[in-house]
Each structure stands twice: as structure tokens, then as C-alpha cells.
Design a protein around this ligand. Sequence first.
Ligand SMILES: Nc1ncnc2c1ncn2[C@@H]1O[C@H](COP(=O)(O)OP(=O)(O)O)[C@@H](O)[C@H]1O
Ligand SMILES: [Mg+2]
Length: 251
Amino acid sequence: MTTLVLDHVTKRFGGLVATNDVSLAIPPARITGVIGPNGAGKTTIVNLITGMLPLTAGAIRLGGRDLTHAAAHEVGRAGIARTFQNIRLLREASVADNIMVGFHRHEAVSVTASLFGLPSARRETARIRVRTQALLERFGMQRFADHPAGALAYGHQRRVEMMRALATEPDILILDEPVAGMNDVEARELGDIFEDLARSGMGIMLIEHNMRFVMRLCANIFVLDGGRLIAEGPPDAIAADPAVITAYLGI
Ligand SMILES: Nc1ncnc2c1ncn2[C@@H]1O[C@H](COP(=O)(O)OP(=O)(O)O)[C@@H](O)[C@H]1O
Ligand SMILES: [Mg+2]
């Protein structure tokens, strides 16, 4: 089982403790929420998991594998993909090309094979096209395949980011505020896709401000405040937890 585990993880930026002794688990086949007020340390945790920031203390494991000191590309190859809170796309490139970039984790064919147009390279390219098409269909984005990604509406750009992350066929998908700025209909459509992915076995870590969305989708929720874990549990318990209410109302 490929559960992602954070074991007493701490991250200091100078005098600021952005992540303070946090332990949590993201199991396969369900959606796990990570919530907390702005500045709680949610994105920092994602950056620690994905090898974009070094830990100050603690350990990170995926299944039996130690990823504590893994570089970003190693984390990707190990089966963890993410989206960014601020969209990062190749704006001039087409939607389809942006998705195909995500497939590089699985590119088995050598650069020379593809340079010489060998059949193995052609087969690989054809396979990637088919999988890109399948992702476009899943997200209802076929009609935008050839559009420049940067020209799309915000909600559609977010979808492209998700498709690119999914192209790596990750075991764990980390979504940093995926429905921020979206309306309820768009959010619900994406929520349905996330549930589908979880049903297919993927472990999803969902960071989100939209409480209704988190409560509806998540089996288990971790709450951060000031870098510390202040609560963990199913949605009902979290919604009724006095420490969580205090953190959100600031009283
Ligand atoms: N690279 C960095 N250098 C210094 N401080 C940072 C850095 N990244 C985040 N922080 C600080 O860490 C704290 C947590 O930030 P962040 O993880 O982005 O919170 P959240 O995603 O929950 O809003 C904030 O006080 C933020 O200013
Ligand atoms: Mg953040």
C-alpha cells in the first residue's frame, strides 16, 4: 500500500517555524483534506513533500520508501504529483502539449530512438496521444486541445494543470487549492472527478479553503494553524472541534 507519511516534520525559515512537528498520513483510495487559515503552513508542507524545500527535521515516506531527502524529480518518479496554488503552465503551448509534458515520467524510449524515428518511439508517441485524449475527455476539455493554454479562462487553466499532473499516473495527487476562484458548479464537477480518481485507488491530498467542498469530499481531515497540527478526524468531528472553530474565527 502506498500511503504517504509525514513523520514529525519541521521546517524553519530563519526564526519562523512554518511547519512544527507535523505528522500525517495520506492513504490510497481516498481524499484526505489539509485545511487551515492563511499562513498555516499548508503550501510549505507540499513543498517539503515534493522535494522543493529541504526539511529541518523529521521524515517523509511513500510506502516503504524514504523520500526525506529526495529531489523533486525523484519524488515525481516515486509516484507523487502536485498542482500549484498559482497556476504554472506553458502559456503559448497548446493544451494538449501542456498535458503531454506530464508524460515524461514514463518516457521509456531513448532520445536517440525518437531522433531516428524508430518504431518504438512512434508507438510511444501514439500511446501518449491516446492517453492525452482520454484525460481531455475526462475533464470535458476536448474542444480546447489545440488552444494556447494561456488564453483559457481561469477554471479551464486549472483543469489543464490537473491533467498534466495526472499524466504521470501518480499514486498520490496533491491539489493545492484546486477550486479557488471557481463557482459551485465548476467545483462540483471537479469534485466528482476527484472522487472518481480516489475510487480508482489514487490517494488524494486536498488543500482547500472552500469548507463545504472539503467536508463533502474528504474521508479524513488534518487541520493546521501556525505550522502545528491542531486537529485530525472525519468531517463531522472537525466541524464541531472547538480548536478548529477558534483557529478560523481568530478568537
Ligand atoms: N520560502 C519561504 N521563505 C520564508 N518564509 C516562507 C517561505 N514559504 C512560506 N513561508 C512562510 O511560512 C508560513 C506558511 O506559509 P504557507 O505554507 O504558504 O501557508 P499556507 O499555504 O497555509 O497559506 C508563512 O508565514 C509564510 O510567510
Ligand atoms: Mg498556500
